[in-house]
Ligand binder design. Structure first.
Ligand code: ADP
Length: 293
């Protein structure tokens, strides 16, 4: 199956500022992908490269097996601030969508608008933030894209509207089987809906993978303070902290941790992301120790 997105050494600079650096990724199709990282990490830049609104400075990106072309029907993009036309009614948005898009699925659009409880006669400018987000999502999905790119779709919404939007997104992916890549600076937004995660920090991919595999491979280790070189092959330290007597590590490990002097705990997705945001991500144990000396 063709990947939803592949990138090889993908780099984007604005003048001298690097927004995305040496990004290498391979995201399978059919996933709901969470693209998470702090503000300024490069999430919007990656999404805009993926929908062809930006060109790479260096490296290569493919979307659904081809170089991105802006405005194609296969890729839907909902930019930040859920762009809708304030002076047009909900019904007029649907008519405009039908007029502009040969692949428009009118039946789906109407069902979706009814499902999320929007009034066809209401002007988009008078909708709440959550309702505008639902309208933008319905319009993007009615174009029948194979891949939907959503840039911080829930950033401006209150917790109830966030939940309603994410619920809507899950229904939509289940019904249509489309791939979704959705950015957020809050992992809590993504935890319930994503089955694939990309963590971007300071323009670099710190970790990417299937959520189930990430959950299975990461552990918190607490034990007497020790030399981290003892950890062994196939294990890398993501984050560490030490007192005089105790070491606490977040470790990525392909093999079970069988040293009984460690207390080993599972981590949830938020713990894992926070470790990558704050830790010595990507360092092998020896290098991690070097950094502490
Ligand atoms: P995110 O979506 O994760 O908040 P962005 O991709 O918007 O991050 O930005 C990544 C970096 O690129 C930031 O340092 C930002 O200031 C910079 N940047 C983004 N867009 C532009 C632009 N049009 N011109 C100059 N710098 C930009």
């Amino acid at each position: 199956m063709t990947d939803a997105l592949t990138a090889e050494n993908l780099t984007k600079k604005y003048g001298r500022r690097t927004a995305l650096s040496e990004c290498t990724l391979s995201v399978p199709a059919g996933r709901v992908v969470g693209l998470v990282g702090p503000n300024g990490a490069g999430k919007s830049t990656l999404l805009q490269l993926a929908c062809g609104l930006l060109d790479p400075t260096k490296g290569r990106i493919e979307v659904l097996g081809a170089a991105p072309v802006s405005g194609t029907q296969q890729v839907g993009f909902v930019a930040q601030d859920t762009p809708v036309y304030g002076a047009l009614t909900v019904a007029e948005h649907l008519r405009l969508g039908a007029h502009l898009n040969p692949s428009w699925d009118a039946g789906f659009a109407e069902r979706r608008i009814a499902q999320v409880g929007l009034d066809l006669a209401q002007k988009a400018g008078k909708l709440s933030g959550g309702q505008r987000a639902q309208l933008a999502l319905a319009v993007a999905a009615a174009k029948r894209p194979e891949l939907l790119l959503l840039d911080e779709p829930v950033a401006a919404l209150d917790p109830l509207a966030r939940r309603a939007f994410l619920q809507g997104l899950m229904e939509l992916t289940a019904e249509r089987g489309i791939s979704v890549i959705m950015s957020s600076h809050l992992v809590a937004d993504l935890e319930r809906v994503c089955d694939y995660l990309i963590v971007l920090v300071a323009s670099r991919v710190r970790v990417a993978g299937e959520v189930d595999e990430l959950l299975a491979a990461h552990h918190r280790l607490v034990g007497p303070r020790r030399d981290l070189a003892d950890l062994g092959a196939g294990r890398s330290v993501v984050e560490q902290s030490h007192t005089d007597v105790q070491s606490t590590l977040v470790v990525r490990s392909t093999a079970p941790i069988d040293d009984p002097t460690w207390q080993v705990d599972r981590l949830n997705l938020e713990d894992i992301v926070l470790a990558y945001l704050g830790g010595d991500a990507g360092l092998v144990p020896e290098q991690a120790l070097e950094g502490r000396r």
